[in-house]
Structures are given as C-alpha cells and as structure tokens.
Design a protein around this ligand. Structure first.
Ligand code: FE2
Length: 116
C-alpha cells in the first residue's frame, strides 16, 4: 500500500540486500500484487460504471501476471520453492479427489436408493 507520509520510502539504502533479504522483498512484492488484485476486483465489483469496472478487471489480470513473474523468479532463485509449491498443490489435489470420489460415492448411493 502507498506510504506517502514516510519521506524515506523508496530511497536507496546505503547497502545492497542480502540474498535472504531479497527473497523476503520478493515475497513482499508478490503479496503486494495479490493485495492489488484484491483491491481492483473489489472496486470493480463495487461500481456500476461499466468502463471503470472493465479497466479495473483488466489491470487486475495484469497484476495476476506480475504474481506469476515474482513466483517464477522465486522458483529460479530458491532450489526448494517449486517442490514445496508442488507438494501443496498435490495436497489440494488429493483432497479434491477425495471429495470428488466421496461425492460420486454419495451420488451412487443416492442413485441406488432411488432405484429401490
Ligand atoms: Fe503489478
């Protein structure tokens, strides 16, 4: 979010970031993109002005691309980033599959009940 009251915001520090500071800065940048998406979508949803809503949604999509850029950069810089993300995705896939098979089992059971 904007920090206009801080006169030192955006000033170049007298040293460069360490690698770990860079990683944290990139995660903060990534979160800022997500926050921007949230803000633009909320504003698009909150207006009746078609043009403004369309522009806000278009910019939100551009921010989603920026999320991809920051995530890709983290994936390149960190050896374990992609694997950990894949592990998380696999956990969700597993739950989704369980729910899907549970839902199909429940539907099968319902169908069997209705056949009786
Ligand atoms: Fe952005």
């Amino acid at each position: 979010m904007p920090e206009f009251v801080n006169p030192f915001s955006g000033m170049t520090p007298d040293r460069k970031l360490t690698f770990n500071e860079l990683i944290r800065a990139l995660r903060l940048n990534l979160a800022a993109e997500e926050e921007a998406i949230h803000l633009y979508m909320a504003h698009a949803d909150a207006t009746d002005n078609e043009l403004a809503a369309a522009v806000l949604r278009d910019i939100a999509d551009e921010e989603r691309e920026h999320v991809g850029e920051f995530q890709r950069l983290l994936n390149i810089l960190l050896d374990d980033e992609e694997q950990l993300l894949a592990d998380g995705a696999a956990e969700v896939d597993e739950l989704a599959e369980e729910l899907k098979s549970g839902a199909s089992e429940a539907k099968k059971s319902d169908d069997e009940d209705s056949d009786r």
